[in-house]
Design a protein around this ligand. Structure first.
Ligand code: AKG
Length: 254
C-alpha cells in the first residue's frame, strides 16, 4: 500500500515539483533535495511509485530524478548502498586495468574499439562476471528494456575526463547507464541547438541516457581537478564509473 504526496519546493531559486510515492510508514521528510544536482527543472519521485513487487533488493532511499530539459535523461540517487559501493570498488580494483586510453579502463562482455567505433562478435570476451551481471540484472528490471551485456569501467584521477561524445549508435541499443563510484564530478550535456546542461554525479548514483538524451545529445567530463557548481568549488578525487550497454551485433537476433 502506498500513499501519494505532492510538494512544491523552492530550492536555490528554482521551482521544483516533487512527486513522491512512499510506503505508508515512510517519512517524506527523509527525502533531501537540498543538494540539488542540476541548474534546471526536475521532477523527482521515489523509486517505489510503480514497482511495489520488485523492491526487495532496492535501497529505500533510492530516488529517481527526471531531468526535464533533456528528454530521456534520468538521474537516480542512491542506487546502491555505501557497503555495496565499497565492495564493488574493491572488486574492480582487484581486476587488471588496461592502459590503452588516456585513462585506465576495464572491459567486460565485449571489448569496444574506441578508435574505429565498432563492435562485433570477435570482440566478445566472456559473459559479464557475477558482480557486473547482478547490477545489469537490476538495471534491466527497473531502468533498461534490454539486459546490458557490455560494461566499461573508467577510472578518472583528478584532471582526467572524457571528451564530449554520443555513444556509438549502431553498436549499442537505446539505454546507456553509468554508475558512479568514488568522487563526485560534473558531467556536461551538449546539443547542437540547445543550451548546455551540467549534472553533478554523486557516488552511488546512476545517470541514464535514453532516446533524445542518448542519440541527440553529447555527454562528457571536462579534464579538471575541481568543478564549480552552483557557486561552490568541488575538488575532484578519484572517480570510477561503470557504463552498462547492450550491444547490437549485426546479423544476430537474440
Ligand atoms: O564516466 C562516465 O560516467 C561516462 C563514461 C562514458 O561516457 C563512456 O565510457 O563512454
Amino acid at each position: 500500500m502506498t500513499k501519494k504526496n505532492k510538494t512544491d519546493q523552492l530550492i536555490s531559486g528554482i521551482q521544483l515539483e516533487l512527486f513522491n510515492t512512499l510506503p505508508n510508514d515512510a517519512n517524506p521528510d527523509k527525502i533531501n533535495l537540498s543538494d540539488k544536482n542540476y541548474n534546471g527543472n526536475i521532477t523527482s519521485y521515489n523509486k517505489f511509485s510503480n514497482l511495489s513487487d520488485k523492491t526487495e533488493s532496492i535501497n529505500q532511499s533510492e530516488e529517481i530524478i527526471k531531468i526535464d530539459d533533456i528528454n530521456g535523461l534520468t538521474y537516480v540517487r542512491n542506487f546502491i548502498s555505501q557497503d555495496e559501493h565499497d565492495i564493488l570498488l574493491e572488486k574492480i580494483d582487484s581486476q587488471p586495468w588496461l592502459g590503452d586510453l588516456q585513462r585506465r579502463v576495464q572491459h567486460y562482455g565485449y571489448k569496444y574499439d574506441y578508435v574505429q567505433h565498432k563492435i562485433n562478435r570477435d570482440m566478445y570476451i566472456a559473459p559479464l562476471p557475477d558482480w557486473a551481471l547482478n547490477i545489469a540484472t537490476k538495471l534491466h528490471e527497473h531502468y533498461s528494456e534490454t539486459l546490458p551485456d557490455q560494461v566499461i569501467v573508467n577510472e578518472y584521477e583528478p584532471g582526467q575526463g572524457i571528451a564530449n561524445h554520443t555513444d556509438c549508435k549502431t553498436c549499442f541499443r537505446d539505454t546507456i547507464i553509468s554508475l558512479s563510484l568514488g568522487s563526485e564530478c560534473i558531467m556536461d550535456f551538449t546539443h547542437p541547438s540547445l543550451n548546455q546542461t551540467s549534472i553533478l554525479l554523486e557516488p552511488r548514483s546512476l545517470i541514464i541516457m535514453q532516446g533524445e538524451a542518448r542519440y541527440n545529445w553529447r555527454h562528457g567530463i571536462a579534464k579538471r581537478k575541481s568543478d564549480k557548481f552552483q557557486g561552490q568549488v568541488i575538488k575532484r578525487a578519484r572517480r570510477v564509473s561503470l557504463t552498462f550497454r547492450t550491444v547490437i551485433i549485426p546479423d544476430y537476433c537474440p
